[in-house]
Design a binder for this molecule. Sequence first.
Ligand SMILES: Cc1ncc(COP(=O)(O)O)c(C=O)c1O
Length: 394
Amino acid sequence: MTKYDFDRVLDRRNTHSYKWDQAEKLFGSKDILPLWVADMDFESPPAVKETLVRRAEHGIYGYCVPSGSYIESITGWFQRRHDWEISKEWIAQSPGIVTTLSLAVELFSEPGAEVILQSPVYYPFYDVIKMNDRKVADNPLILRNGRYEMDYEQLEGLMKGGAKLLLLCSPHNPGGRVWEREELLRLGELCLQYGVIVVSDEIHCDLALPGHKHIPFASLSKELSDITLMALAPTKTFNLPGIHSSFIVASNPEIKRKFETRIKALSLHMASFFAQDAVEAAYNEGAEWLDELITYIDGNIGYTISYLAEHLPQVKPMKPEATYLLWIDCRELGLNGAGLKKLMYEEAGVAFNEGSVYGSEGEGYLRINMACPRSILQKALERFCAAAAAYPAQ
Ligand SMILES: Cc1ncc(COP(=O)(O)O)c(C=O)c1O
């Protein structure tokens, strides 16, 4: 028996939803089913909603300080869920992961310097490097036996060439790799050898799928922890991204001090009236909900993989090890980026993410958000497969 009803369809239209209320503006029709931007069409855990309602009822929305119990909810969660002991002195606040990535690029590399990423990757990784006037040093992932692996030789070459900062995406988006201990250690050894600082974006850390275990990069060893800035948030896990709450963990006091000083200089350090209580409720009371969510998402992924195998065998989904995002190789459809967009928006009436935004390796791929009730997913897949079958290759 399950306790939470992830099949329930909630109407998100007219809620200023980035995903649901922009269909006409972005894709040309309000009837488009949006399975793109990475938030979920599920309610957050009940404890979060109850806490927010209680908080809103107070009626005075003044300035807030971070509370001790909020910090303890973070340390407790990572200890219970990831076997990782975080000292509360290592934690500093940030409004969001992308803000953290951008500040880290600014603080820990010089203008014009190379910053490493591993493509295809979540597209703001490129933006935070380029918009801070740094250069992207790309270490493209290798596609081997249907899953991505890191290219250590090329990585070492980039480090030898002088790159001193690496943006790690762990688990990886898109593709959903949960990096294994040996892979992370090998990456870490290179970083130690060449004096590279690691910024590890682990926003998807709680969404490892059955059979996979996420390992926080900084939990590998003290040495690695001390060269790492961990960018963390409960926002993907518990569907709170509109609440803007994130934090960093840095055991190296110099990294933490630099980051916190910059956050204060930008006046981004004040606790949000709503966020910290929501986060505390989620971390303290959301574990059971999360376990059921993961089972549901895993079911959606299995359903989609079977559906595609039966109805559109030319496309090849990459079975994710984490995240609610399914990365699909559609190259056999013979369509370029514009063709895939036309197929989705004009012919099928669905909006998935078009792969090339994650880097040139993503050309011909689509990314589908699996975090929606099965009935919505089913409708989107029916529409997409029927349209693709009738659509001529270019
Ligand atoms: C890897 C990754 N990092 C960061 C974010 C966004 O984080 P934030 O909204 O806290 O800036 C996302 C959202 O999809 C993501 O997939």
